[in-house]
Design a protein around this ligand. Structure first.
Ligand code: GAP
Length: 429
C-alpha cells in the first residue's frame, strides 16, 4: 500500500494538518509546518507523553533547553567527529545520495557510476557574533538530549533528586540529512521526546529492560494495530551506545525506526566531565561512594510517531475515509450541528451547545452548519472527530440531542445537560 503515504500527504494538506514549508517559493526539502489541526494533534500527543512520563512515573522531572549550546558540547559528545552518514556522489550528474539508501552501485537519477562513499557530517552549523571575520561557528543541536546532560548537575542541585531518576525533554533537533524523504519520516528539522534515566552502573540491565517494556506498552495503547510495532536490536551501534533497540513501525515503506532505547552508560557525563573540567560524579548519600551515573535513554521522534499514527488510523470503509485516531489525540473532540441550517431555532440552540462545550467545558469543539448532515459527518470522520452532536426538533421539545460515534456510526440520544460528563467519561477511557 505504497500510495497510503500519498493519501496521508494529501489529506493532511487539504485538511490543515501538515503543509510543506516555504511552499510559495517551491518548498525546501526536509522541512514541514503543522497547520491548525496538526498542531492540536501534535500538542495532544506531546501532552500525553509528558504526563505519562512525569505523572505515571516516580522521580521524572522535565526541562526545556536551548537549541544552541556551547560548540564544545558537540566535540565532547562525539558528534563533530562521528555524526556522519555515508555519502555517495554520482560521477556523471553529481547528485549525492545516502549510501545506505541505494539499491545497487548505480546512480538512481541517471544510472551513472558512483564514487566511493565518504562520511558526511550531518550537524547543522550556524554562526554567532556581530563582527564579520570574528563570528564563531555554533551548531543547532543534532540530538536534543545533550541539553539534559548539561543540566544534569543543576537538576541534582535544585531538585534534590536521588538516583535513580529521570530527566525528560521534548525539543527540536536538526540534521543536514543527505536525502530527506518519506514526508515527516526523515526531515532536517524535527522534534524528539527524550528520557535520560540516571542510575547506578550495576542497575543498568534492570532499568534498560524496564524502560524498553514501558515504551512499547505506551505505544501499544495509542496504535490501533500494535502488531505493526516491534523491537529491533541494532546491528551497528552509535558512537555512544553499548546496546540499543529500536521500536519500529511497519510503514508502507517497510519496518522503520520510531524510537531508540539506548544503553548510553557513562559515555556522555564522562565526556562532558573531561571536556569541561567539571566533576560529574554523583555521591551516594548512604555510602558516600562517588561514581558517574549510567544512563538509559529512550529517544523518539515526535513527527515520526505523528505520521505513523496517521498511517495507522487511516481507514476507508463504506465510501467514507475515517481517521480512527485515539480520541485523546483527535484535534477536534466534538462537532455540533443544527439538523437544518435554515431554521433559526435549531441554529441558536446548536450555537448555545457549541459555546458551552467549547468555552465552559473546554472541549476542542467545532460548529458546522454547511451542506447536509451526511456531508458534515464525512468531513468530521476524515479529521478523526470522535463524536458529532446534532440538534433536531426533539431537542427543542425535550432538551436531548443525538450523539454519533465516529467508529461505529451508531447514534444515541442523550440529554444536553449530560453532554459534558458523557464526553469527559469517554475521554477518560
Ligand atoms: N539521542 C539519541 C538520538 O537522537 P536517534 O536514533 O538518532 O537517537 C531518535 O534519534 C529518534 O529521533 C529516532 O528514533 C527518530 O524517531 C527521530 N529522528 C531521527 N532522525 C530523524 C529525522 N531526520 N527526521 C525525523 N525524525 C528523526
Amino acid at each position: 500500500m505504497a500510495d497510503l503515504t500519498e493519501k496521508i500527504i494529501s489529506l493532511t494538506k487539504r485538511r490543515g494538518f501538515v503543509y510543506p514549508n516555504s511552499e510559495i517559493y517551491g518548498g525546501i526539502q526536509g522541512f514541514y509546518d503543522y497547520g491548525p489541526l496538526g498542531v492540536e494533534m501534535k500538542n495532544n500527543l506531546k501532552r500525553l507523553w509528558w504526563d505519562w512520563m512525569t505523572k505515571s512515573h516516580e522521580d521524572v522531572v522535565g526541562i526545556d533547553g536551548a537549541i544552541i549550546t556551547h560548540p564544545t558540547v558537540w566535540e565532547a559528545s562525539g558528534h563533530v567527529q562521528s555524526f556522519t552518514d555515508p555519502l555517495a556522489e554520482c560521477k556523471n550528474c553529481h547528485k549525492r545520495w545516502k549510501a545506505d539508501d541505494l539499491d545497487g552501485d548505480k546512480c538512481p537519477n541517471c544510472g551513472g557510476d558512483l564514487l566511493e562513499s565518504k562520511p558526511f557530517n550531518i550537524m547543522v552549523e550556524t554562526t554567532l557574533g556581530v563582527v564579520e571575520g570574528e563570528k564563531k561557528v555554533a551548531y543547532l543541536r543534532g540530538e536534543a538530549c545533550q541539553t539534559i546532560y548539561l543540566d544534569y548537575q543543576n537538576v541534582l542541585d535544585s531538585m534534590r533528586v536521588k538516583l535513580p531518576f529521570g530527566i525528560v525533554q521534548i525539543g527540536k533537533a536538526f540534521r543536514n540529512e543527505i536525502t530527506p524523504k518519506n514526508f515527516l519520516f526523515r526531515q532536517r528539522e524535527f522534534e524528539q521526546w527524550d528520557l535520560q534515566w540516571f542510575t547506578k552502573p550495576q542497575e543498568m540491565e534492570k532499568w534498560f529492560e524496564f524502560w524498553k517494556g514501558e515504551r512499547m506498552s505506551w505505544y501499544g495503547e495509542l496504535f490501533n494495530h500494535p502488531e505493526k510495532l516491534r523491537f529491533k536490536e541494532h546491528d551497528e551501534l552509535a558512537h555512544y551506545a553499548k546496546k540499543a533497540f529500536d521500536i519500529q513501525y511497519e510503514s508502507p515503506f517497510g519496518w522503520k525506526e520510531m524510537e531508540g532505547i539506548h544503553w548510553r552508560g557513562d559515555w556522555d557525563l564522562s565526556r562532558h566531565g573531561k571536556f569541561s573540567g567539571k566533576d560529574m560524579n554523583y555521591t551516594d548519600p548512604q555510602t558516600g561512594e562517588k561514581f558517574i551515573p549510567n544512563i538509559v535513554e529512550t529517544s523518539g521522534g515526535v513527527d515520526r510517531c505523528f505520521f505513523f499514527l496517521l498511517l495507522d488510523a487511516y481507514t476507508e470503509e463504506d465510501k467514507r475515509v475515517v481517521l480512527k485516531l485515539h480520541p485523546k489525540l483527535s484535534p477536534v473532540k466534538v462537532a455540533v450541528f443544527p439538523l437544518l441550517a435554515n431554521k433559526p431555532d435549531l441554529v441558536d440552540k446548536a450555537q448555545e451547545i457549541y459555546k458551552s462545550l467549547k468555552s465552559r467545558a473546554g472541549f476542542a469543539t467545532v460548529f458546522d452548519g454547511r451542506g447536509n448532515i451526511g456531508k458534515r459527518y464525512l468531513a468530521q470522520d476524515e479529521i478523526g472527530t470522535p463524536w458529532c452532536v446534532t440538534v433536531d426538533f426533539d431537542t427543542l421539545k425535550n432538551n436531548t440531542v443525538t450523539i454519533r460515534d465516529r467508529d461505529t456510526t451508531q447514534q444515541e440520544r442523550i440529554s444536553v445537560d449530560s453532554l459534558s460528563s458523557y464526553l469527559a467519561d469517554k475521554l477518560r477511557q
